[in-house]
Write a protein that binds this ligand. Structure first.
Ligand code: ADP
Ligand code: GN1
Ligand code: MG
Length: 365
């Protein structure tokens, strides 16, 4: 363990004992470590994260949001007879009373209780499992239905503003900072076809057809912890982007990540497709929990959420590739380009199955 990490850990209120720490999980943004303390009573695990200050320029705002959202959720969970230390995240206090530590590296570090006996998966094995994650994200949205959005900081400005994401891609194309533009002419041409369509969801919001809600905004399947045995959704995690948003964002990003028949970074694009069984299963789970609160137009726009979240994510990966891989953590050369290509392929496959996707939502009602 390096000295910075050792010193950071020593500033949190934790039990005494031999301590080890190792990189953990598959997140693309923060540096995540699993910390194990060997106490006289046995092993206790924690999640230690260095919040990415390139992505979150004001990391203390992220902590403030998480303090408020988790306090609100813990209250609801307690009233429902649940376990507030298992069903939402718990920040561990630092010795100075704050919910974070500024390390010697000048970066913000936070510690969470480890939610034990759970798993986090990148792709679902079965529609049943994906339906359970749909329930968990739907319930999360429903639980936050009464939360006052005005107390939240916008931790990333225009996070799911798809037209703004389109403009950021145009900017990356114009700057060509990493000199990679000539390698991506096909991908750029693909995105240009969507210049108008990227406005669809925000136009519906502006027209008053759909409401702004408090949403999670990063509902990738590995951002919900599922019970290790039953697969039931236990705890929605990665709360860094909980902000005002649209129901279609949360529905859409889950479909993007979990109804793809291939991995997000699959290089063999013939493997990429939208699984309608997975789509249906997630929609049933999500709507069983959140559906009663949604208006008819919000429901009709759920497939559009899936398509635009996939396109938007592809545009973000492509822009980051052009910018020189500054935002998403990469593990190999061209990783962001590979990720962008899977997203664009998935958009094409969704368009081929569009009527079926619409029909599935209409039938659930
Ligand atoms: P990132 O923003 O980089 O995606 P996350 O907060 O999603 O970071 O954490 C990365 C991974 O670490 C998660 O996908 C999950 O597998 C694991 N993880 C995060 N928090 C916890 C926790 N409290 N208990 C158990 N596992 C966790
Ligand atoms: C990031 O943080 P993580 O790995 O759960 C990203 C999402 C993208 C996703 C693509 C704060 O999610 O918006 O959809 O990668 N999170 C942030 O895999 O930008
Ligand atoms: Mg994550």
């Amino acid at each position: 363990m390096n000295e910075t990490i050792k010193k950071v850990i020593s500033q949190f209120v934790m039990p005494q004992g031999e301590t080890e720490a190792a990189p953990y999980g598959n997140g693309h943004i923060n540096d995540t470590l699993c910390v194990i303390v060997h106490t006289a009573q046995g092993r206790k695990r924690y999640i230690l994260q260095r919040v990415n200050s390139y992505v979150f320029p004001k990391p203390t705002n992220v902590i403030e949001n998480i303090e408020k959202v988790t306090a609100y959720l813990k209250d609801i969970i307690e009233k429902e007879g649940g376990n507030p230390e298992r069903e939402t995240l718990t920040l561990v206090k630092a010795r100075d009373g704050k919910n974070y530590v500024i390390g010697e590296d000048g970066e913000l570090w936070r510690m969470y209780l480890f939610v034990e006996e759970t798993k986090s998966v990148d792709l679902p094995d079965t529609p049943e499992l994906f339906a359970l994650s749909g329930r968990a994200f739907g319930k999360f949205q429903q639980q936050l239905g009464g939360f006052d959005a005005s107390v939240l900081h916008e931790t990333i400005v225009d996070f799911h503003n798809t037209p703004a994401r389109y403009a950021q891609l145009e900017d990356a194309i114009a700057r060509n900072a990493a000199g990679r533009l000539e390698l991506v002419s096909e991908e750029v041409a693909f995105c240009k076809k969507y210049e108008r369509e990227v406005h669809t969801l925000l136009d519906a919001l502006k027209a008053g057809e759909i409401p702004l809600r408090v949403t999670h905004n990063d509902t990738k399947l590995n951002n919900v912890l599922l019970d290790a045995e039953s697969g039931e959704g236990v705890c929605v995690i990665d709360l860094d982007t909980v902000m005002p948003g649209l129901a279609a964002y949360d529905f859409g990003d889950s479909i993007r990540s979990g109804a793809n028949t291939a991995a997000e970074d699959e290089r063999d694009l013939s493997k990429v497709d939208i699984s309608l069984d997975m789509f249906r299963a997630f929609a049933e789970g999500f709507l069983a929990e959140a559906g009663a609160a949604l208006n008819q137009r919000e429901k009709e726009l759920l497939p559009m959420g899936a398509k635009l979240m996939t396109l938007e994510c592809g545009m973000r990966f492509l822009a980051d590739y052009l910018n020189g891989d500054k935002y998403f953590r990469i593990h190999r050369e061209n990783h962001n380009l590979d990720r962008a290509r899977t997203q664009f392929t998935l958009v094409r496959r969704m368009e081929e199955k569009w009527d079926e996707m619409m029909d599935i939502i209409a039938k659930i009602g």
